[in-house]
Design a protein around this ligand. Structure first.
Ligand SMILES: [Zn+2]
Ligand SMILES: [Zn+2]
Length: 331
């Protein structure tokens, strides 16, 4: 079968590889679509992916099952979650696999077939086509949904999203769907345009102005109730603390390392709550499906689709920042 080999420094090749063989509790899925995720760009631009490729959002059909897999039949259409729990702890009992101390990550989903834990496969109902399926069972909608669950207070009226790449745009879609006023901040005009189409009421181009000042101006001086950091940069993180209202909430979505932050100035004396939100819970897929059936326009997050064999072009575009969610098509 064919798979992507990510060699680093922006080089990607489609190569032949032996068929995956399912171990106990695992299945092999024949891929219909896989989605590109911003978290893959570090490996794409840098040292590459040592074990195959970093694909971790995919849908397809079960074509082989390992020992002990009884509840997932060959031929079932599934969405695969890349994080599988141990199946024994209290978090796994609630299908909160990301909190399991022994969770396992399954990658290499940019391939004609891939291996995944049966317990992390979500059977797709007949009314859910592949495209919404890959967003609902992957982190495309998963991260924004998981984030929304942590900022559910009805007192929250205005949300500022700093950085509207794929995750930021997902937050715009999700928060606008919840009826909140959404301010989108970025430096790429095309992304701000996409944010408007997904429901942002105000957009701020941070290369033309001070985004903190703009958010304050748009909120009569008080600041946003919630600021979501979705760019993964120290300057946007600090801007979130400056642009949030007193007693508001700052959410960290974008991965990043250490940067200087003052507990006294940024948290304590303004009563700020800081929230981390990583990936999503397998249990949350049920609720995401409900939102889809209620009319959440999840496929509007997709800007481009490429045949799997044109993955190099897809990654080049995605890496340039000129796209929203990008899918690879194997059908
Ligand atoms: Zn991801
Ligand atoms: Zn567990």
């Amino acid at each position: 079968m064919r798979t992507l080999r990510m060699k680093g420094k922006g080089i990607i090749e489609v190569v032949e590889q032996p068929e995956p063989v399912p171990g106990p509790g695992e299945v092999v899925v024949e891929t219909a679509f896989s989605a590109l995720c911003g978290s893959e760009l570090h490996g794409y631009r840098g040292e590459g992916s040592q074990q195959g490729n970093s694909g971790h959002e995919a849908v397809g059909t079960v074509v082989a099952t390992g020992k002990g897999v009884s509840d997932l039949k060959i031929g079932t259409r599934v969405g695969a979650s890349a994080i599988a729990g141990c199946g024994k702890c209290s978090y796994c009992a609630r299908r909160q696999y990301t909190w399991c101390p022994d969770y396992r990550f399954y990658g290499s989903m940019h391939a004609e077939r891939f291996l995944v834990a049966a317990s992390a496969c979500y059977p797709l109902p007949d009314d859910v086509p592949w495209e919404p399926g890959v967003l609902i069972t992957g982190d495309g909608l998963g991260v924004p949904y998981h984030t929304s669950a942590k900022i559910s207070s009805p007192c929250i009226k205005t949300v500022a999203v700093f950085g509207v790449g794929p995750v930021g745009l997902g937050n715009v879609l999700m928060q606008a769907h919840l009826g909140r006023r959404v301010i989108a901040i970025d430096i790429v005009p095309g992304r701000l345009e996409a944010a408007t189409q997904l429901g942002a009421t105000d957009v701020v181009n941070a290369s033309d102005c001070d985004p903190v000042e703009q958010v304050r101006m748009l909120t009569a001086g008080s600041g946003a109730d919630v600021c979501i950091e979705a760019a993964g940069r120290p300057e946007t993180a600090l801007a979130c603390f400056d642009a949030v209202r007193t007693a508001g909430t700052v959410v960290f979505n974008g991965e990043q390392g250490a940067f200087p932050l003052s507990p006294s100035d940024q948290f304590i004396r303004r009563d700020i709550t800081a929230v981390g939100a990583w990936f999503y819970h397998f249990s949350e897929i049920d609720q995401m499906l409900g939102l889809y059936r209620d009319g959440l326009r999840v496929t509007d997050l997709i800007s481009h689709r490429f045949p799997f064999t044109e993955a190099a072009t897809a990654f080049e575009l995605f890496s340039s920042g000129q796209s929203s969610k990008v899918l690879l098509d194997y059908t």
